[in-house]
Unconditional design. Structure first.
Length: 105
């Protein structure tokens, strides 16, 4: 179901985005150069006030070997979430993670 107000992760300017609260988690592509294990997405705690700061707090292995995860991001960018743009009620719901070698998403 679509939101009836703009997504709060949208910032109308780079200045507003820089002034926003810092992220609490970060997503990182992890891969095995030998391609003997599947690539993964690691979730890192980047909240300095957290007891688990600087550690991996989540891990998702991809289902196949040799994908080489690359240039991943959300299904909607900030410009799509703009309240005065054509699609003000788009939601960031999916992290899109493509495989550079495999072309799998």
């Amino acid at each position: 179901m679509s939101l009836w107000k703009p997504d709060p992760t949208f910032y109308p300017s780079p200045r507003d985005a820089a002034a926003a609260p810092p992220e609490k988690v970060a997503y990182l592509a992890a891969f095995d150069r030998s391609a003997s294990r599947p690539d993964a997405i690691a979730v890192l705690d980047v909240d300095p006030d957290s007891d688990s700061y600087g550690t991996v707090v989540g891990w998702t292995d991809m289902p196949f070997i040799g994908d080489e995860l690359h240039h991943f991001g959300w299904n909607a960018c900030s410009s799509a979430l703009c309240p005065y743009a054509p699609h003000p009620h788009t939601e960031r719901r999916y992290l899109i993670v493509p495989g550079l070698r495999s072309s799998r998403v």
